[in-house]
Design a protein around this ligand. Structure first.
Ligand code: SAM
Length: 165
């Protein structure tokens, strides 16, 4: 498989997982967390799929905003800074309310990814609503969560989906 094939597969899998999660919360409005704005692709997709921002306000976490200008969240919905600082604060702000969290935070450093995933698993947990979903590019160790199957066509391990008990 060429690197282009691999990139296309990764993005198709990401889109399929986002679509799947958005459909799963279609009857369940509430705050949504997007961890890792990057260039804003997945934020834009969530925004387009979820629609009404009053029903599904998306709060974005990013250390340094460098997204496409059309994909920058409003200031009041941006937690600017390192996850280690912003996530505990946001978890206190939204205790038990978040219906979907999407984390796309990986870099090329596997050890750093594992450390960050460990921190995010613990820090995110208090924000999540019962039955809330967590979708992540990294495997997480979410407390009180079950691992859900990925949508059809997405290879195991490519993405990770959890539901809070
Ligand atoms: N979802 C994005 C998209 O579709 O364009 C891509 C996200 S990119 C893979 C990961 C992002 O997470 C980067 O923009 C990086 O700055 C951010 N990030 C990684 N670790 C972070 C941390 N500890 N605190 C804040 N932001 C972090």
């Amino acid at each position: 498989m060429s690197r282009l094939d691999s990139a296309i597969r990764r993005l198709q899998a990401q889109r399929a997982c986002l679509d799947h999660a958005c459909a799963a919360i279609a009857d369940r409005p509430g705050p949504v967390f997007e961890l890792g704005l990057g260039n804003g692709r997945t934020y834009d997709h969530l925004r387009a799929r979820l629609g009404d921002p009053d029903r599904w306000p998306i709060y974005v976490f990013e250390r340094k905003v460098a997204a496409h200008p059309d994909c920058i969240p409003p200031d009041e919905r941006l937690y600017l800074g390192d996850f280690h600082d912003t996530l505990p604060r946001a978890a206190a702000d939204f205790r038990g309310q978040v219906v979907l969290a999407h984390a796309d935070m990986g870099s090329g450093d596997a050890d750093a990814n594992a450390r960050l995933a460990g921190f995010v698993s613990q820090a995110l947990a208090p924000a999540l609503a019962p039955g809330g979903l967590v979708l992540s590019d990294q495997p997480l160790a979410m407390p009180h969560a079950e691992t859900l199957p990925l949508p059809e066509g997405v290879a195991e391990g490519r993405y990770h989906l959890y539901r809070i008990a």
